[in-house]
Design a protein around this ligand. Structure first.
Ligand code: C2O
Ligand code: CU
Length: 494
């Protein structure tokens, strides 16, 4: 039954090959991956990391991330109370429960320290880079000024080893977001942290909040790193297998315990920070009421389980029963799991680490509706952009419309347009497609999102209002796919 549900959700293509839905399709291909995967940084490496400096010679017919249009849009958001943060990206040793690993993280912990502000605040964050590679910080899902978006070679120069970069922008929209580097495959190390923008007029009532970050882990285990993994995939293709799956930085042997009282209403904010894993999540003994996805409210919907692609977020409300309950997390298609614990009393261990809710009703974003106040007004698109996802597991040649990432290519839009992106997945794999700087609406009043799952050989239309000028990435949030070429740029024409 579980297998059937899983196939129904992400498609049957790979499962039919007999090695699990998201597993490799067998024989390794002879083709090395496209060499474009590191082109993003190569031509700017070693260049001085000057704040505000154009990353490239921007083509003159497009709005520059450092242009007056971007500044004018930010001015309309207005400055707010300044909230100051400092993040140091550093090589360190992390305790993930089952063992210690050498990795890279923000301030020696995984997930990094939560960043929490109120909508309207100005975030002033200094990123210090103590890593042996250049890095940047990207604010996943935030509709911010383009020059603070943290994309090396597009919106800023990479931050060199030993250097700092000051990010400063108004966080205008409330919601559940997160931060991670946009350099290479650094995201698949310990470099991620939740970013919560509170709503000063929060309409939900709850007693407690639990931020839950999900991750797949290989860094520092058996000599592996995300960089060696990318090399391996280029030469031998195949699948990424992870030795550990973590909830809030802990493997299931030593899970995080969240304490509450019976009857407490808890808002759980779920974030998938994985590199190559969709997670199915359920809370044993409870049904969840979904209130938001990707930061934006939906018409509340009850479910047993949720599926999160990489980069996606869901907020749910639960009313706590009396006892000890697993927050069970299944690495979809990989047959492995992770867990955290919700407890109202005692010390007894979790009895059923795999609760029946995990195989119960599974809610996906296409069945949700946006809350009325954030629903896109129905409108014919002024422009339709077709993005066909191309490539294969065997050749490891991921691309969009057959073209691997090229930092000088743009899909043009104009400010004020209603834009439709038609994603057509021409591959045998599923891809969580992410757009920077905007939220799109799923069809027929569907939820506002910034990341949406494309099942194998499926098509999804997403509509957005072009209201945030600049150069914005569109990419698969499988970091090994995006880094191998499944990434492009939406550019505002002047
Ligand atoms: Cu989570 Cu391009 O980002
Ligand atoms: Cu992908």
């Amino acid at each position: 039954m579980h297998e059937k549900t899983r196939r129904a959700v992400l498609g049957t293509g790979i499962a039919a090959a007999g090695s699990g839905l998201l597993a490799a399709c067998g024989s390794p291909g002879p083709h090395p991956r496209a060499t474009g995967h590191n082109g993003m940084e190569s031509n700017t490496m070693g260049a001085p990391a000057r704040a505000g400096a154009p990353a490239e010679d921007d083509p003159p017919d497009y709005v520059s991330p450092h242009g007056p249009e971007v500044a004018a849009t930010e001015q309309r958001r207005g400055p707010g109370p300044v909230r100051t943060f400092r993040l140091t990206a550093t090589a360190t040793t992390l305790d993930i429960g089952a063992r210690k690993v050498a990795s890279w993280a923000y301030e020696d912990q995984v997930p990094g320290q939560e960043i929490r502000v109120t909508a309207g605040d100005t975030i002033a964050l200094t990123l210090a880079n103590n890593l042996p590679q250049p890095t940047t910080l990207h604010w996943h899902g935030i509709r911010l000024r383009n020059d603070m978006d943290g994309v090396p070679g597009v919106t800023q120069r990479p931050v060199r080893t030993g250097a700092t970069f000051d990010y400063r922008f108004t966080a205008y929209y409330p919601g559940t977001y997160w931060v991670h580097p946009h350099s290479g495959v650094q995201l698949d190390r310990g470099l991620y942290a939740p970013l919560i923008v509170e709503d000063p007029k929060e309409p939900l009532k709850y007693d407690k909040e639990w931020v839950v970050v999900l991750d797949d882990w290989l860094d520092g285990v058996g000599g592996r790193t995300p960089d060696t993994e990318l090399e391996r995939l280029g030469g031998h293709a195949g699948d990424v297998t992870y030795p550990y799956y973590l909830v809030n930085g802990r493997s299931p042997e030593s899970p995080q315990v969240f304490r509450a009282k019976r009857g407490d209403r808890i808002r759980i904010r779920l974030i998938n920070a994985g590199g190559d894993t969709a997670f199915r999540v359920a809370l044993g003994g409870h049904r969840m009421t979904v209130t938001h996805t990707d930061g934006y409210p939906v018409v509340p919907a009850k479910t047993d389980a949720l599926l999160l692609g990489m980069g996606e977020r869901y907020d749910v409300l639960v009313t706590v029963k009396d006892g000890v309950f697993p927050l069970a997390v299944l690495a979809e298609g990989k047959g492995r799991s992770a867990m955290a614990v919700l407890r109202t009393r005692g010390k007894s261990p979790v009895k059923f680490p795999r609760p029946k809710e995990l195989d119960g009703e599974l809610l996906t974003a296409d069945r949700l509706k946006a809350a009325e106040d954030v629903r896109l007004t129905p409108k014919e698109p002024d422009r339709i952009i077709r993005m066909r996802l191309t490539g294969s597991m065997r050749r490891w040649n991921w691309a969009i419309n057959g073209r691997p990432y090229d930092p000088t290519q743009r899909y043009p839009v104009r400010a004020g347009e209603r834009v439709r992106i038609t994603f057509v997945n021409g591959t045998d794999m599923w891809h969580p497609m992410h757009l920077h700087g905007h939220t799109f609406g799923l069809p027929d009043g569907g939820p506002r999102k910034d990341t949406t799952i494309l099942r194998p050989h499926h098509k999804v239309n997403v509509d957005l209002d072009a209201d945030n000028p600049g150069l914005w990435m569109v990419h698969c949030h499988n970091v090994y796919h995006s880094e191998s070429g499944m990434m492009t740029i939406l550019g505002y024409q002047k």
